[in-house]
Structure formats: structure tokens, C-alpha cells
Design a protein around this ligand. Structure first.
Ligand code: C2E
Ligand code: MG
Ligand code: MG
Length: 532
């Protein structure tokens, strides 16, 4: 197919020679069969049409002219009778040969254009003119095994695709993608091939896998500069995953996507694939979460919060997964994944119910204490959440002021409107709200009063740095002052030394929590501690 449409120079010469030879053979055929009076002259259409197919309108016309000439003035009507043709006779024939050559050439030209467009349409992202991923498969099929083995893939995903699509419109977004393609092609020269995987992502193949890190860095620096659409600067937020070729092209693409996903979760700009990514993924198979809930593979630890007299005032419930195959898995490994699915609802249900059950048991042992429960913002969007909490409190005979919900600052503001109603209803019920990891998230503090927050938990990263970093200390002091001005209590997380404890006390922090005072404990240990 390719050869037919794009013959090389040598091929062209061979084809011209073949057409001439064929025309001569037809001439000989006509002569030896007795002259032009018989129908053999029609065989001349064969080289004429071949000429048109191979060389277009001009080729068709010239082949027609040659054929007409060969069967022209020198070719007798009858060889036996040596009777020659009238000029009008061979000129008319030549006219038809040329006409057929031109018409065939024209049709072939139109067909070629039509097929070219169709091929282009099916092999490129329309309008952005970026080769589609199907081309990548073709290119890999045609490549030598050592070339494939030595290659690597880079996957680039546009994170702000939805925003750009909504605010710029689809056409402009596609144009932007096209500009990205052009810019990357220029920056990375011919060491790479770029394909579009879908409307939101590109795949780049690199010949030398050892250069993947350099190429990733080069891409990152290329993407810093904005793109201009009608003189408006537009920033593409992207995340990049890279992977060396492994087994098959599909496996390699999956690896690069996994690496990009890991970058996205961890707020990196890029990640190069490594096997640990697999281990994590194998450990956390979301398909087993419901079974694990049913089989009681999850359990809660409780970390006490103390007031300045070092009396326990609250227990924070911290979940653990005692996985059947992988043993203990900390929450930071599975909560972020589960939070992305609606599985967070049954899981939080389990956490709340288990915490309430423990509160009930503690009450029977004569301990009236509070439990802080970490919930995900997604729980607040679930329509039955409030009604369920109310029902569970009644069922376990726990008073609503005995529980508080902790929500991380960064996620609370994702969709404040959706959380607002539930948070107000919970507050009216008497359940407290704490802001977890305060200082790591949102800078607009208006939510503190809008959501009637009762406690701020200052993130442990500030506490860890407070003895060596003056700005960390200032942030802690400012947070404590801000909170007390709003009648909000403060908790310092991650207190690990007596020095930190003393400083926090003098700063006016209400409560402390951390390994210095107590690590998260199993329920039995909590009970023993409270009994003492
Ligand atoms: P968090 O709510 O900020 O919990 C405090 C984390 O800090 C706990 O980690 C705790 O073990 C750790 N920690 C406490 N004191 C110290 C200290 O002195 N030094 C250091 N280095 N660490 C300390 P953990 O249990 O691994 O929990 C991590 C995060 O997972 C929690 O952060 C919370 O956001 C989330 N999480 C835990 N349990 C649940 C749950 O039941 N539901 C939800 N949605 N999230 C949970
Ligand atoms: Mg917490
Ligand atoms: Mg925290």
C-alpha cells in the first residue's frame, strides 16, 4: 500500500520502463496478429491505466500518448495487405487513450486523497493532528526486538482537562493539546515519538531507556511556560509517569500510567515506575475491603489526648488493617485509595459503630470519655450519614457529646456546599467537629466559623520542627491565638519530647497528643490505663 502511493526513484524508473515495455509488447501483439483491424489494440489500455495509477494525470496522459503513437502512423490496418490507417483513425484512438489516461489519473488522485484523509482521521487525534496510540502499536510491531527492549515510555496526563474543557471550550482545548504536541516535538527532537492515548493524555516513546529521567525533566521544564490561546496565557497542569519497556507494550503502558497515578496521589510532578508501586497495589485490593469489614480484619487503636494536667480527655480512634496475606497495613496506605470510592461509607460505618461499641463498654467499666473519629469528607456527601450517626448513637446508648469527628483541613474545602448541611445538622445533634492536620491545607479561614469548628489539631509537621524552626513556632503560636479568639480549642499532634510539651503549654495550647505521652493503644491497654 505504502509502495503504491510513494514509490522510490528507482521504483519509479522500473515502473516507467515496465510501462514502455508493456506498450511495445502490445504493439508487437497487434502487428503479429495482423494489424489494427482486430480488437487486440484494446490491450493498450492496460499500460495506459497502469501509467495513470502509478503517475497520476500526467502519467496517464503520457502513457495514452505513447500508446496512441505506437499504434499510430506506422501501424498498418492489415499487415497482409500493407494498408495504412487514415490519420483521423489513429488520432481518434490516441485521443481516447489520452482521455482514459487523464480520467483514470484524476480518479486515482481523488481516491488517494480520500484514503489519505481517512487514514489520517483514523490514525490521528482529529484537529490536534497527534498520531493515535494505534500507530504506536504499529510502530512497535515493525521495530526490531533490540530497539523495543531498549525503549521506554512516558505517559503525560492533563490534570486540569475538565476545567480547560469547560472554560475554553472543546475546540480550544484540542488546539492547546495540538500546541503541546508541537512544543514537545520541538523540545525533544527526533529521539522520541509522541502519540495521543486519549483526549486527556499523551504517550511518548523514547529510544534509549537510560535517558528516561533526563527526558522527563526536560518535559517538566518545557511545560512550565504557559501556552497562549488568543493571547491568553493558559497553564497545563500535568502529571508524568515513565517506565522502561517490560514484556509487552500494554504492560509498559500500564506501568507508566501506574507511575503517573502514584505521582498524582503523592503530589509529585513525575514518578518513574519501580516495582514497589506493584507491591502497594497488590496489598491494597479494593475488591477485598467489604470482605475484610465482614471478617473483622480491621481493628481500632486508640491514642489518648491529654490536657495540660496530663489527664486523658479524649481517645482518637485510628484504624488498622490486619490483612490476611500482608499483615498490618497502616491507614495512610489504604484510606486514600478507599476514599476515592464509595467503599469509604461502609468502612466509616464500621469505624463509628466499633468506636461507639467501645464507648458503651467503657461506660460499663465506669469511664465516661470522649472518642475522636476520623471521617472522610466524602462521608458527609452521603445522604444518610446524619440519620445513621443519630441512629447508631441511640443504639449504643452513647451521648452525642461523647464523639467528635475529625476532618482533614485540605479535604474539607473540596466541596464546602455539599458538606455544610450535614455538618450543621451534626453540630445541632451535639457532635463536635475538629479540623485535623491544621496548617497543611486551605488558607481561607472563613470555614472555621462557617462550620462551627470546635477544635483545631495543629499538624505534627509544625510540632516536629518547632525547636529548630522559628517560623514553625510562629505558625503554632498564631494558630493558637487565632483559635482562642474564635473560641476554638487547640490540640498539638505528634508531641514527641518533654521540651515540645513544655513549650506548647506556655503557648496556651489546650491539649496534646503524641508518642511522648502515649502511642496508639489497643482497647485492652486503654482500659487498663483508665482503670489505674
Ligand atoms: P491523623 O488523624 O492525623 O492521626 C494521627 C496520626 O499521627 C496517626 O497515624 C498517629 O499514629 C500518628 N501519631 C500520633 N502521635 C505521633 C507522634 O508523636 N509522632 C508521629 N510521628 N506520629 C504520631 P496513623 O494511625 O498512621 O493514621 C494516619 C492517618 O490516617 C490519620 O492521621 C488519619 O488521617 C487517617 N486515619 C486513621 N484512621 C482513620 C479512620 O478510621 N478513618 C479515616 N477516614 N481516616 C483514618
Ligand atoms: Mg486524626
Ligand atoms: Mg492529624
Amino acid at each position: 500500500m505504502k509502495m503504491l502511493f510513494n514509490p522510490s526513484i528507482t521504483m519509479k524508473r522500473i515502473l516507467i520502463l515496465a510501462i514502455v515495455v508493456l506498450s511495445l509488447l502490445v504493439t508487437v501483439l497487434v502487428y503479429v496478429t495482423g494489424g489494427i483491424q482486430f480488437a487486440y489494440s484494446h490491450a493498450m489500455y492496460v499500460p495506459v491505466i497502469i501509467g495513470a495509477i502509478m503517475f497520476g494525470i500526467l502519467g496517464g496522459a503520457l502513457s495514452g500518448f505513447l500508446g496512441g503513437l505506437l499504434l499510430g502512423p506506422l501501424m498498418p490496418i492489415s499487415v497482409a495487405e500493407s494498408s495504412m490507417q487514415d490519420p483521423i483513425n489513429w488520432l481518434t484512438r490516441m485521443f481516447f487513450f489520452v482521455l482514459i489516461g487523464i480520467v483514470t489519473g484524476y480518479i486515482v488522485k481523488e481516491l488517494k486523497q480520500y484514503f489519505k484523509k481517512r487514514i489520517e482521521y483514523h490514525s490521528h487525534l482529529p484537529d490536534a493532528r497527534i498520531p493515535l496510540i494505534t500507530r504506536l502499536y504499529e510502530d512497535y510491531e515493525n521495530a526490531a526486538p533490540e530497539t523495543i527492549e531498549n525503549s521506554a515510555l512516558i505517559y503525560i496526563k492533563v490534570l486540569n482537562y475538565n476545567n480547560l474543557n469547560d472554560y475554553l471550550g472543546h475546540q480550544a482545548y484540542i488546539k492547546l493539546l495540538g500546541n503541546l504536541f508541537i512544543r514537545l516535538n520541538k523540545a525533544l527532537s527526533n529521539q522520541v515519538m509522541i502519540y495521543s492515548k486519549d483526549i486527556q493524555s499523551l504517550i511518548i516513546t523514547i529510544r534509549d531507556k537510560h535517558t528516561q529521567k533526563d527526558v522527563v525533566e526536560h518535559i517538566e521544564s518545557t511545560l512550565i511556560k504557559p501556552f497562549y490561546l488568543n493571547n491568553i496565557p493558559v497553564h497545563l497542569e500535568t502529571v508524568i509517569g515513565a517506565a522502561e519497556y517490560d514484556e509487552t507494550i500494554d504492560v509498559t503502558i500500564q506501568h507508566a500510567i501506574k507511575a503517573a497515578r502514584s505521582a498524582e496521589h503523592n503530589f509529585f510532578t513525575s514518578v518513574i515506575y519501580h516495582e514497589d508501586l506493584e507491591v502497594n497495589q497488590q496489598r491494597i485490593n479494593l475488591g477485598f475491603v467489604l470482605d475484610a469489614i465482614r471478617d473483622d480484619d480491621f481493628y481500632l487503636l486508640f491514642q489518648p489526648q491529654y490536657n495540660t494536667d496530663q489527664t486523658i480527655i479524649c481517645l482518637e480512634a485510628l484504624i488498622r488493617w490486619n490483612h490476611k496475606n500482608y499483615g498490618n497495613i497502616p491507614p495512610n496506605e489504604f484510606i486514600p485509595l478507599i476514599e476515592q470510592t464509595s467503599l469509604i461509607n461502609p468502612l466509616t460505618e464500621w469505624v463509628i459503630k466499633t468506636a461507639l461499641k467501645r464507648l458503651h463498654e467503657l461506660k460499663q467499666h465506669g469511664h465516661h470519655i470522649k472518642i475522636a473519629i476520623n471521617i472522610s469528607t466524602k462521608n458527609l456527601y452521603y445522604k444518610d450519614f446524619y440519620a445513621n450517626v443519630k441512629a447508631w448513637l441511640e443504639y449504643y446508648e452513647v451521648s452525642s457529646d461523647q464523639i467528635e469527628f475529625e476532618i482533614t483541613e485540605s479535604t474539607l474545602m473540596h466541596n464546602p456546599k455539599a458538606s455544610e448541611m450535614t455538618l450543621h445538622a451534626l453540630k445541632d445533634l451535639g457532635v463536635q467537629l475538629s479540623i485535623d492536620d491544621f496548617g497543611t491545607g486551605y488558607s481561607n479561614l472563613s470555614y472555621l466559623s462557617a462550620f462551627s469548628v470546635q477544635k483545631l489539631k495543629i499538624d505534627r509537621s509544625f510540632i516536629a520542627k518547632m525547636s529548630v524552626d522559628a517560623s514553625a513556632r510562629t505558625i503554632i503560636e498564631t494558630a493558637i491565638n487565632l483559635a482562642s479568639g474564635l473560641n476554638i480549642e487547640t490540640v498539638a499532634e505528634g508531641v514527641e519530647t518533654s521540651e515540645q510539651l513544655t513549650t506548647l503549654k506556655t503557648m496556651g495550647c489546650h491539649y496534646v497528643q503524641g508518642f511522648y505521652l502515649s502511642k496508639p493503644l489497643a482497647y485492652d491497654d486503654v482500659l487498663m490505663m483508665l482503670n489505674q
